[in-house]
Design a protein around this ligand. Structure first.
Ligand code: ZN
Length: 255
């Protein structure tokens, strides 16, 4: 058995780094001249080992710049690379955001066994943060519901999404979010797929549902406009790598 190849992500504060050619994985040799504060082991993917090396100071990363995560994810054409890049981004954000114990304010240390931090004073464990969300495509015969959010670029429409609240099931969150955002009832809620979404730490559970009753009434805050669209008359929709697009593509296939 030879030594397993190691792939390093480099990071500074909350950002993953890349070189001038947008390369974001580095070899062990390339790390030697850099001042590393801490490194994390990420889950192995396709028999490859991934680590994140967080650099101590910016001065020594002259040839590096902040990675444009959306652009890097959009250029990824395989699921393994998407998931490891997404994991690396979430771990870096977590590391930068959770330095101290939320119970007793002691500086946290890395856990020796898990991808977690532990408080040396009170033993509290802090794991990378994940926020569960639902995302849902609502069908109505040959049309689907797409909405324009106040956070989107002009003209972009997508499926509805929102955070799951404490104590709530994902299915209930689907019913509630659709009602809150566009004022309609849905039925036949069916789980399709999930995706980790590193902006900054969402875990998206994707659903399809059927229209039941009510008139589309955008809430006017989060959702500015929403309508039923047929597959041959779609507005500008999210890029291929998003779970929203996967749901829309599944609907197109069904039609
Ligand atoms: Zn503590």
């Amino acid at each position: 058995m030879g030594l397993q190849e190691k792939n390093y992500f480099l990071a500074f504060r909350e950002s993953l780094l890349c070189d001038q050619h947008e390369r974001f994985l580095f070899s062990e040799v390339e790390l030697e001249s850099l001042d590393v504060e801490i490194s994390f082991h990420l889950p192995d993917v396709s028999n490859k080992s991934y680590q994140i090396a967080v650099l101590k100071d910016e001065g020594k990363r002259l040839f590096l710049e902040a990675l444009d995560l959306r652009s890097a994810l959009s250029q990824t054409d395989n699921e393994d690379e998407f998931s490891i890049l997404s994991a690396a981004a979430q771990v870096v954000t977590w590391h930068a955001s959770f330095k101290y114990c939320p119970r007793c304010a002691t500086e946290l240390m890395m856990d020796e066994m898990d991808l977690a931090k532990v408080c040396p004073s009170c033993g509290h464990h802090q794991y990378p943060r994940l926020s569960p969300c639902i995302i849902v495509l609502v069908r109505n015969g040959e049309k689907c519901l797409l909405a324009h959010s106040s956070k989107f670029k002009s003209g972009r429409y997508s499926t509805l999404a929102g955070f799951i609240e404490a104590g709530e099931s994902a299915e209930h969150a689907v019913e509630r979010e659709v009602m809150e955002e566009v004022g309609i009832k849905v039925k036949n809620i069916e789980y399709v797929c999930s995706q980790s979404w590193p902006f900054p730490h969402s875990f998206m559970l994707g659903f399809m549902a059927d229209y039941s009753e009510g008139e589309i009434t955008p809430d006017g805050e989060e959702i500015l406009s929403a309508d039923w669209f047929s597959v041959d008359d779609l507005p500008t929709i999210p890029p291929k790598f998003t779970i929203s697009r996967q749901l829309i593509d599944k609907f197109i296939e069904e039609m």
